[in-house]
Design a protein around this ligand. Structure first.
Ligand SMILES: [Zn+2]
Length: 293
Protein backbone atom coordinates (compact mmCIF):
# COMPACT_ATOMS: atom_id res chain seq x y z
CA UNK A 1 0.00 0.00 0.00
CA UNK A 2 1.35 3.42 -0.95
CA UNK A 3 1.65 6.02 1.81
CA UNK A 4 -1.02 8.46 0.68
CA UNK A 5 -1.91 9.70 4.16
CA UNK A 6 -0.16 11.91 6.67
CA UNK A 7 -0.85 12.78 10.30
CA UNK A 8 0.84 15.74 11.94
CA UNK A 9 0.88 17.45 15.33
CA UNK A 10 1.97 21.00 16.08
CA UNK A 11 5.03 21.19 18.34
CA UNK A 12 2.94 23.08 20.93
CA UNK A 13 0.32 20.31 20.92
CA UNK A 14 -2.50 22.66 19.96
CA UNK A 15 -3.29 21.45 16.43
CA UNK A 16 -3.41 18.07 14.80
CA UNK A 17 -3.96 17.42 11.12
CA UNK A 18 -4.79 14.58 8.77
CA UNK A 19 -4.05 14.74 5.04
CA UNK A 20 -5.07 12.17 2.47
CA UNK A 21 -4.55 11.92 -1.26
CA UNK A 22 -7.50 9.61 -1.95
CA UNK A 23 -7.39 9.32 -5.74
CA UNK A 24 -6.80 5.54 -5.68
CA UNK A 25 -9.69 5.00 -3.25
CA UNK A 26 -12.19 7.11 -5.18
CA UNK A 27 -11.13 5.64 -8.55
CA UNK A 28 -11.69 2.12 -7.18
CA UNK A 29 -15.11 3.15 -5.85
CA UNK A 30 -15.97 4.54 -9.30
CA UNK A 31 -14.91 1.28 -10.96
CA UNK A 32 -17.02 -0.84 -8.64
CA UNK A 33 -20.12 1.32 -8.66
CA UNK A 34 -19.95 2.91 -12.14
CA UNK A 35 -21.18 6.15 -10.69
CA UNK A 36 -22.20 9.30 -12.55
CA UNK A 37 -19.70 12.15 -11.93
CA UNK A 38 -21.75 13.91 -9.25
CA UNK A 39 -22.17 10.62 -7.35
CA UNK A 40 -18.44 9.86 -7.73
CA UNK A 41 -17.75 13.24 -6.15
CA UNK A 42 -20.23 12.75 -3.31
CA UNK A 43 -19.16 9.18 -2.51
CA UNK A 44 -15.49 10.12 -2.95
CA UNK A 45 -15.74 12.99 -0.49
CA UNK A 46 -17.44 10.77 2.09
CA UNK A 47 -14.85 7.99 1.61
CA UNK A 48 -12.03 10.50 2.03
CA UNK A 49 -13.53 11.89 5.25
CA UNK A 50 -14.17 8.42 6.65
CA UNK A 51 -10.58 7.34 5.95
CA UNK A 52 -9.20 10.28 7.97
CA UNK A 53 -11.73 9.83 10.77
CA UNK A 54 -10.95 6.11 10.83
CA UNK A 55 -7.35 7.01 11.68
CA UNK A 56 -8.63 8.51 14.95
CA UNK A 57 -10.10 5.21 16.16
CA UNK A 58 -8.46 3.54 19.16
CA UNK A 59 -8.30 -0.14 18.14
CA UNK A 60 -7.58 -1.92 14.87
CA UNK A 61 -10.92 -3.74 15.02
CA UNK A 62 -12.98 -0.56 15.58
CA UNK A 63 -15.10 0.67 12.69
CA UNK A 64 -16.17 4.17 11.78
CA UNK A 65 -19.15 4.59 9.48
CA UNK A 66 -20.48 7.77 7.91
CA UNK A 67 -23.99 7.55 6.61
CA UNK A 68 -25.82 10.28 4.76
CA UNK A 69 -29.57 10.16 4.38
CA UNK A 70 -30.82 12.88 2.09
CA UNK A 71 -33.93 13.93 0.21
CA UNK A 72 -31.97 14.38 -3.03
CA UNK A 73 -31.79 11.88 -5.90
CA UNK A 74 -28.76 9.96 -4.57
CA UNK A 75 -30.84 9.18 -1.42
CA UNK A 76 -28.12 7.63 0.77
CA UNK A 77 -24.36 7.30 0.85
CA UNK A 78 -22.39 5.12 3.19
CA UNK A 79 -18.66 4.98 3.84
CA UNK A 80 -16.89 2.92 6.42
CA UNK A 81 -13.24 2.81 7.53
CA UNK A 82 -10.93 1.44 10.15
CA UNK A 83 -7.65 2.59 11.67
CA UNK A 84 -5.66 0.46 9.23
CA UNK A 85 -6.66 2.65 6.28
CA UNK A 86 -9.16 0.18 4.87
CA UNK A 87 -12.09 2.05 3.39
CA UNK A 88 -15.21 1.07 1.47
CA UNK A 89 -18.60 2.53 0.63
CA UNK A 90 -21.55 2.71 -1.70
CA UNK A 91 -24.20 5.15 -2.89
CA UNK A 92 -27.95 4.51 -2.71
CA UNK A 93 -28.30 5.48 -6.38
CA UNK A 94 -25.29 5.35 -8.75
CA UNK A 95 -26.64 7.26 -11.72
CA UNK A 96 -27.99 10.70 -10.97
CA UNK A 97 -28.40 13.29 -13.67
CA UNK A 98 -28.55 16.83 -12.38
CA UNK A 99 -27.22 20.01 -13.99
CA UNK A 100 -23.88 21.51 -13.00
CA UNK A 101 -23.92 24.46 -10.64
CA UNK A 102 -23.75 27.94 -12.23
CA UNK A 103 -19.99 27.97 -11.47
CA UNK A 104 -19.53 24.80 -13.55
CA UNK A 105 -18.95 22.50 -10.58
CA UNK A 106 -20.68 19.21 -9.83
CA UNK A 107 -23.76 19.85 -7.71
CA UNK A 108 -23.04 17.51 -4.79
CA UNK A 109 -25.41 19.29 -2.41
CA UNK A 110 -28.15 19.11 -5.07
CA UNK A 111 -27.61 15.34 -5.39
CA UNK A 112 -27.79 14.86 -1.63
CA UNK A 113 -30.40 17.42 -0.60
CA UNK A 114 -31.54 18.14 2.93
CA UNK A 115 -31.03 15.37 5.42
CA UNK A 116 -28.90 13.93 8.16
CA UNK A 117 -25.35 12.74 8.72
CA UNK A 118 -24.98 9.76 11.01
CA UNK A 119 -21.59 8.97 12.49
CA UNK A 120 -21.35 5.44 13.88
CA UNK A 121 -18.47 4.10 15.94
CA UNK A 122 -18.42 0.37 16.50
CA UNK A 123 -15.91 -1.31 18.77
CA UNK A 124 -17.48 -4.72 18.28
CA UNK A 125 -19.00 -4.76 21.75
CA UNK A 126 -22.74 -4.25 21.70
CA UNK A 127 -24.55 -1.56 19.78
CA UNK A 128 -22.48 1.01 17.87
CA UNK A 129 -22.34 4.53 19.24
CA UNK A 130 -24.39 6.71 16.89
CA UNK A 131 -24.34 10.45 16.59
CA UNK A 132 -26.87 12.15 14.36
CA UNK A 133 -26.58 15.68 12.99
CA UNK A 134 -28.51 17.67 10.40
CA UNK A 135 -26.78 18.32 7.10
CA UNK A 136 -26.02 22.03 6.92
CA UNK A 137 -24.92 22.18 3.28
CA UNK A 138 -24.90 18.72 1.70
CA UNK A 139 -21.41 19.47 0.38
CA UNK A 140 -20.11 16.99 2.99
CA UNK A 141 -16.95 18.82 4.17
CA UNK A 142 -19.02 21.54 5.88
CA UNK A 143 -21.27 18.85 7.31
CA UNK A 144 -18.31 17.03 8.86
CA UNK A 145 -17.03 20.33 10.29
CA UNK A 146 -20.50 20.97 11.72
CA UNK A 147 -20.63 17.47 13.19
CA UNK A 148 -17.37 18.02 15.09
CA UNK A 149 -18.52 21.42 16.35
CA UNK A 150 -21.90 20.23 17.61
CA UNK A 151 -21.43 16.58 18.58
CA UNK A 152 -17.83 16.50 19.73
CA UNK A 153 -17.23 20.16 20.64
CA UNK A 154 -13.93 19.92 18.77
CA UNK A 155 -13.24 22.91 16.49
CA UNK A 156 -12.38 21.27 13.18
CA UNK A 157 -11.85 22.32 9.61
CA UNK A 158 -12.59 19.68 7.03
CA UNK A 159 -11.94 20.18 3.31
CA UNK A 160 -12.64 17.57 0.65
CA UNK A 161 -12.38 17.55 -3.12
CA UNK A 162 -12.89 15.16 -6.02
CA UNK A 163 -12.10 16.09 -9.61
CA UNK A 164 -13.78 13.88 -12.22
CA UNK A 165 -12.13 13.66 -15.65
CA UNK A 166 -13.92 13.88 -19.02
CA UNK A 167 -13.93 10.08 -19.31
CA UNK A 168 -15.59 9.93 -15.85
CA UNK A 169 -12.48 8.49 -14.20
CA UNK A 170 -11.10 10.24 -11.13
CA UNK A 171 -8.45 12.82 -11.97
CA UNK A 172 -7.67 13.74 -8.39
CA UNK A 173 -9.16 13.46 -4.94
CA UNK A 174 -8.11 14.35 -1.46
CA UNK A 175 -8.90 16.07 1.77
CA UNK A 176 -7.64 17.31 5.06
CA UNK A 177 -8.92 17.61 8.59
CA UNK A 178 -7.41 20.09 11.02
CA UNK A 179 -8.43 20.06 14.67
CA UNK A 180 -7.79 22.40 17.53
CA UNK A 181 -6.83 20.52 20.65
CA UNK A 182 -7.64 21.71 24.17
CA UNK A 183 -5.58 24.77 25.08
CA UNK A 184 -5.26 26.15 21.55
CA UNK A 185 -4.64 29.91 21.81
CA UNK A 186 -5.71 32.87 19.68
CA UNK A 187 -2.32 33.16 18.03
CA UNK A 188 -2.56 29.63 16.62
CA UNK A 189 -6.19 30.12 15.59
CA UNK A 190 -5.33 33.35 13.72
CA UNK A 191 -2.39 31.68 11.96
CA UNK A 192 -4.60 28.76 10.89
CA UNK A 193 -7.33 31.10 9.64
CA UNK A 194 -4.78 33.01 7.56
CA UNK A 195 -3.34 29.80 6.13
CA UNK A 196 -6.79 28.46 5.23
CA UNK A 197 -7.33 31.53 3.04
CA UNK A 198 -4.69 30.12 0.70
CA UNK A 199 -6.79 27.05 -0.10
CA UNK A 200 -8.81 27.74 -3.23
CA UNK A 201 -9.55 24.39 -4.81
CA UNK A 202 -8.99 21.25 -2.78
CA UNK A 203 -9.03 18.70 -5.60
CA UNK A 204 -6.55 20.59 -7.79
CA UNK A 205 -4.35 21.15 -4.75
CA UNK A 206 -4.11 17.38 -4.26
CA UNK A 207 -3.50 16.90 -7.96
CA UNK A 208 -0.32 18.95 -7.94
CA UNK A 209 0.90 19.03 -4.34
CA UNK A 210 2.18 16.38 -1.93
CA UNK A 211 0.65 15.90 1.52
CA UNK A 212 3.79 17.27 3.12
CA UNK A 213 3.67 20.43 1.00
CA UNK A 214 -0.04 20.91 1.76
CA UNK A 215 0.75 20.53 5.45
CA UNK A 216 3.50 23.15 5.07
CA UNK A 217 1.00 25.58 3.53
CA UNK A 218 -1.71 25.04 6.15
CA UNK A 219 0.68 25.05 9.09
CA UNK A 220 2.77 28.05 8.07
CA UNK A 221 4.04 29.83 11.22
CA UNK A 222 2.92 26.86 13.34
CA UNK A 223 5.90 24.50 13.81
CA UNK A 224 4.82 20.87 13.52
CA UNK A 225 6.12 17.34 13.14
CA UNK A 226 4.87 14.26 11.34
CA UNK A 227 3.44 11.65 13.69
CA UNK A 228 2.51 9.05 11.08
CA UNK A 229 2.73 8.39 7.38
CA UNK A 230 0.10 5.89 6.40
CA UNK A 231 -1.56 4.19 3.48
CA UNK A 232 -5.28 3.98 2.76
CA UNK A 233 -6.95 1.79 0.18
CA UNK A 234 -10.38 0.73 -0.94
CA UNK A 235 -10.72 -2.67 0.68
CA UNK A 236 -13.70 -5.02 0.87
CA UNK A 237 -13.59 -7.93 3.28
CA UNK A 238 -16.61 -9.76 1.92
CA UNK A 239 -16.37 -13.55 1.55
CA UNK A 240 -18.51 -16.57 0.84
CA UNK A 241 -18.66 -17.32 4.58
CA UNK A 242 -19.99 -13.84 5.37
CA UNK A 243 -22.53 -14.15 2.59
CA UNK A 244 -23.69 -17.49 4.01
CA UNK A 245 -24.41 -15.67 7.27
CA UNK A 246 -26.54 -13.17 5.37
CA UNK A 247 -28.52 -16.02 3.82
CA UNK A 248 -28.96 -17.68 7.20
CA UNK A 249 -30.11 -14.40 8.70
CA UNK A 250 -33.13 -14.54 6.38
CA UNK A 251 -34.52 -17.19 8.70
CA UNK A 252 -35.25 -20.84 8.12
CA UNK A 253 -38.65 -20.29 6.60
CA UNK A 254 -37.44 -17.94 3.87
CA UNK A 255 -34.39 -20.06 3.15
CA UNK A 256 -36.60 -23.14 2.83
CA UNK A 257 -38.87 -21.39 0.35
CA UNK A 258 -35.82 -20.32 -1.71
CA UNK A 259 -34.73 -23.95 -1.83
CA UNK A 260 -38.22 -24.99 -2.87
CA UNK A 261 -38.09 -22.60 -5.82
CA UNK A 262 -35.24 -24.77 -7.08
CA UNK A 263 -33.26 -21.91 -8.61
CA UNK A 264 -29.76 -20.74 -7.77
CA UNK A 265 -29.55 -17.51 -5.81
CA UNK A 266 -26.94 -14.86 -6.47
CA UNK A 267 -25.98 -12.34 -3.83
CA UNK A 268 -23.96 -9.27 -4.80
CA UNK A 269 -21.76 -7.39 -2.37
CA UNK A 270 -22.84 -3.77 -1.87
CA UNK A 271 -19.25 -2.60 -1.52
CA UNK A 272 -17.44 -4.34 -4.38
CA UNK A 273 -18.37 -6.29 -7.50
CA UNK A 274 -18.13 -9.74 -5.88
CA UNK A 275 -21.03 -12.08 -6.60
CA UNK A 276 -21.77 -15.23 -4.63
CA UNK A 277 -23.88 -18.00 -6.13
CA UNK A 278 -25.77 -20.53 -4.08
CA UNK A 279 -27.43 -23.55 -5.66
CA UNK A 280 -30.46 -25.13 -3.96
CA UNK A 281 -28.04 -27.88 -2.81
CA UNK A 282 -25.73 -25.27 -1.19
CA UNK A 283 -28.68 -23.73 0.58
CA UNK A 284 -29.89 -27.13 1.84
CA UNK A 285 -26.47 -27.71 3.41
CA UNK A 286 -26.62 -24.26 4.97
CA UNK A 287 -30.06 -24.94 6.38
CA UNK A 288 -28.85 -28.19 7.97
CA UNK A 289 -25.72 -26.53 9.37
CA UNK A 290 -27.83 -23.63 10.62
CA UNK A 291 -30.23 -25.90 12.50
CA UNK A 292 -27.32 -27.71 14.19
CA UNK A 293 -26.14 -24.47 15.82
ZN1 LIG B 1 -17.28 -7.06 -1.29
Amino acid sequence: MKNNGLTILSDNGMVRGFFLNSRNIVQQAFQYHQTAPVVTAALGRLLTASAMMGKMLKNDSDLLTLQIEGEGPVKTILATANRKGQVKGYPGVSIVDIPLKPNGKLDVSGAIGLGTLNVLRDNGEGEPYVSRTELISGEIAEDITHYYATSEQTPTVCALGVLVDRDYSVKSAGGFLLQLLPGADDEVITALENNLQKVQNVSSMFEHTSNQEIANILMENIPFHITEEWGADYFCNCSRERTEKVLLSLGKKDLASLIEEGKPVELCCHFCDAKYQFTPEDMKKLLIQGSKK
